[in-house]
Design a protein around this ligand. Structure first.
Ligand SMILES: [Zn+2]
Length: 317
């Protein structure tokens, strides 16, 4: 399972490609001889990168401004270490890579075993034509309502089991948004009926843009990617991200269908045990690492590489 999570993270964060290997970092800092510091270094990288675009999001005077600030100043800003246990607060927001990594691991760990039990699994994609941002929230709500109706209609005569996932992408060239659904369901006949009913309800939807395929473990893992990509074509389009997050406010990304529901929320306060040097310390975040408030020592010695710095330069409105 860990391997699958790691694989997905690798695919998502192309930013990781040029990171100096942990072996190299280990030569630079004796702290990294402990494997727990590998995890904390990844977290430092996620926090630094998240803060870089969330600061721009927070400058937009968006209705989400308070939540953006909570990510910057409240998510993992202070780590309390007791022996090898480290406790920190998490913001639980969808734009936060630190929290998304934890959420993705949780979703995979809890949903994946249930989904693998389904027989004759099929992966369905439902789309509508791309739309301008002004229509995004209305469109998403309309799409959710329609899929709920489809599920209700099918259930009148058949059993329907699986998971529905909402995703949204942005096309910087047309400046249009592309909200769409992925489903994993049991049975090809159910998959086909979902698409048929979707096309009937959405006459403007293109039949070729809907998709059904037999689902293996790889396609199922597709479901657990982040619901919206932060980076599109090496650029971060902050206003479009803000639009997506505003439009998704209070709405669920995952909808279980006849299977156990897993909360998308992660615990606000988490205590984890790491393989680190045991000590009592408070580590506070500054720029791209945590520092011991008593000694000034840095926790991970992480500093962003060229590629990350270039990506941060590519943050645009
Ligand atoms: Zn967070």
């Amino acid at each position: 399972m860990t391997k699958i999570i790691e694989k997905k993270e690798k695919q998502y964060a192309e930013t990781k490609k040029n990171t100096p290997s942990l072996d190299k970092l280990a030569q630079l800092t004796p702290n990294l001889k402990n494997s727990g510091l590998e995890t904390l270094t990844k977290r430092a990288k996620a926090k630094h990168f998240t803060n870089s675009y969330t600061k721009v999001l927070a400058s937009l005077k968006s209705p989400l401004q308070k939540s953006y600030n909570n990510t910057i100043y409240g998510c993992c800003t202070s780590l309390i270490q007791q022996e090898d246990k480290i406790t920190s607060k998490y913001c639980n927001n969808r734009w936060c890579i630190v929290c998304n990594r934890i959420r993705t691991a949780k979703m995979i760990n809890e949903y994946y075993p249930i989904l693998t039990e389904l027989k004759d699994k099929h992966f369905v994609t439902l789309t509508v034509p791309n739309i301008p941002g002004v229509l995004l929230r209305w469109q998403i709500k309309d799409m959710i309502k329609k899929t709920q109706l489809i599920v209700k209609q099918i259930r009148k005569t058949k059993e329907l089991k699986g998971l529905r996932k909402l995703e949204c992408t942005y096309n910087p060239f047309t400046r249009h948004f592309h909200p769409h659904f992925h489903f994993v369901v049991e049975g090809e006949h159910i998959a086909k009926e979902i698409v048929q009913r979707w096309l009937k309800m959405n006459p403007e939807a293109n039949i070729k843009a809907q998709d059904i395929r037999s689902a293996d473990d790889g396609t199922m893992i597709e479901l657990f990617k982040y619901f919206s990509k932060i980076i599109s074509k090496d650029t971060i389009h902050v206003k479009s991200l803000d639009k997506i997050f505003i439009s998704m406010r209070g709405l669920r990304v995952y909808q279980p269908l006849g299977i156990k529901k897993v909360s998308e929320d992660i615990e606000e306060l988490q205590a984890e045990v790491f393989d680190v040097n045991k000590m009592e310390a408070i580590w506070n975040w500054l720029e791209h690492d945590w520092y011991n408030i008593d000694t000034g020592e840095s926790l991970t010695n992480y500093s962003p590489n060229e590629l990350i710095l270039r990506l941060i330069k590519n943050i645009c409105l």
